[in-house]
Design a protein around this ligand. Structure first.
Ligand code: ADP
Ligand code: MG
Length: 429
């Protein structure tokens, strides 16, 4: 057993951890590299770009040139210049990562000193921050807040001689926070890349990783103290920080650890299932499409799939996972009313899907299928991260338990704020 962790400072990486710039950067890199070397496939470029994440721009560019053998057509500095020119941060809305606003807001409220330690240069950071705001729901209104307001100190990639995986940027952050080198263990670092995790651990800090790499590469995060599926799942108390107060327990449903998942100390200690009301409910509406045809057949649990493509921007605001809420059909089945609904929004690790799907299970029996009818789902709470199972039976048992969490939470009126959605609940409209 390692000694208990006693953190009192938090240090954050930016890209991929707090904000989602991945897609924007990848697109620029792919379009530039493709014009320079036609023989390379998009897939190869994406894979190489993924391996270079977390480093300072020039280091990433150097590694990318090596990996893709671009050296005969371009040098790393030129490639970087071309990419920076292509990347226009102004005017685009950079989404924050799921759970980022909640985490930052909570730590701020608990007066935990916070640092930003980003590989981005100061100039680039200024450009990005013009667009990146976090939506924070205060007592009565939803206001937009600039990310940088949360941080007591900010450290940029061009302020250090060596970038991540070197620990220098974390040493700088500690110095600015007033933490001595020998007290590095008091800092909890949040990172999304293996390079970032290596840097944090080399600095002696505690480190949680929320991987942005594909699932099959998760073992690259081995040196992290904990790996979470998203910021929603972070258990601060495992690191001696204040515990989130917004999880609600559902007392009739006992907690059973999932297989295939590395569980943290606090989840092992947990007795009951729980859920987290979303700060902002999310409405997803579209026609019911054909899914993989396995819901009813294989699991005995039919899921009325929605097309993710037109809903992509909306679901990217949610961590992949299991949610509950309500659903209503707007076509022939309109008269059936409002139905409690459990849904998976994500990649279904058990089936190893490559693309996200939205799979609502309406908690009532229907006599017939309702493909092509318009379905509107209101997502109100998060239950858990996606996880893998060793058998189909375990998967089924878990889904049934998720449904019980939904039913008990709604039976006992544990989700407030539904009245604000009275228009949505009015089926006659
Ligand atoms: P698919 O893979 O095509 O989604 P499923 O086996 O998951 O197939 O079955 C889903 C279909 O079953 C839905 O599209 C819907 O038409 C129908 N259905 C019947 N009852 C329900 C229910 N309670 N919840 C969701 N879908 C249901
Ligand atoms: Mg389905």
């Amino acid at each position: 057993m390692s000694s208990p962790r006693e953190c009192s400072f938090a240090i954050f990486d930016l890209d991929g951890t707090l904000i989602n710039t991945e897609a924007i950067v990848d697109e620029a890199v792919v379009s530039i590299v493709k014009t320079m070397k036609k023989s390379i496939s998009e897939r190869e470029i994406f894979d190489a770009a993924e391996d270079c994440r977390g480093q300072r721009p020039l280091d990433a560019s150097t590694e990318l040139c090596e990996k893709l053998s671009l050296n005969e057509v371009v040098n790393p500095v030129e490639l970087l210049t071309k990419c920076s020119e292509k990347l226009q941060w102004d005017g685009i809305d950079i989404p924050d990562m799921p759970g980022a606003a909640r985490l930052l807001e909570f730590l701020k409220r608990k007066k935990v000193p916070m640092a930003l330690a980003t590989s981005t240069s100061a100039k680039e950071l200024e450009k990005k921050m013009k667009s990146a705001t976090v939506n924070v729901k205060s007592s009565d209104e939803s206001k937009k807040k600039n990310l940088l307001e949360y941080f007591d100190v900010i450290c940029c990639g061009d302020e250090v001689a060596r970038g991540k995986p070197d620990p220098e940027i974390f040493h700088l952050a500690m110095e600015r926070l007033g933490v001595k080198r020998e007290d590095a263990g008091k800092c909890l670092v949040f990172e999304d890349t293996p390079h970032g995790v290596s840097a944090a651990k080399a600095a002696g800090c505690c480190c949680v990783a929320v991987p942005s790499l594909r699932r099959e590469k998760f073992d690259m995060y081995k040196s992290a103290d904990r790996v979470y599926h998203s910021l929603m799942d972070v258990e601060l108390e495992d690191f001696g920080l204040p515990k989130f107060e917004d999880w609600r327990e559902v007392k009739t449903v006992e907690f059973v650890a999932e297989d295939g998942d590395v569980l943290s100390a606090s989840s092992r200690a947990r007795k009951y299932e729980r859920f987290l009301k979303l700060d902002q409910f999310l409405e997803l509406t579209g026609p019911v499409i054909r899914g993989f045809g396995r819901g009813s057949k294989m699991l005995g649990i039919p899921t009325a799939n929605l097309d993710v493509v037109p809903l992509k921007q909306q679901i990217d605001k949610l961590a992949p996972g299991i949610y509950f809420g309500f659903a209503k059909l707007l076509g022939e089945n309109k008269k059936t009313g409002i139905h409690r609904t459990v849904m998976s929004i994500g990649y279904n690790p058990f089936f190893n899907d490559k693309r996200k799907s939205i799979e609502p299970w309406l908690l009532r029996e229907f006599e017939e299928d309702f493909y092509d009818e318009t379905l509107s789902v209101l997502v109100v709470a998060y239950v858990r991260a996606e996880c893998n199972f060793t058998t189909v039976e375990n998967l089924i048992e878990r889904i049934r338990k998720d449904a019980k969490v939904c039913e008990e939470a709604l039976d006992l009126d544990l989700v407030d704020g539904l009245d604000e959605w009275s228009d949505w609940f009015d089926v006659n409209r």
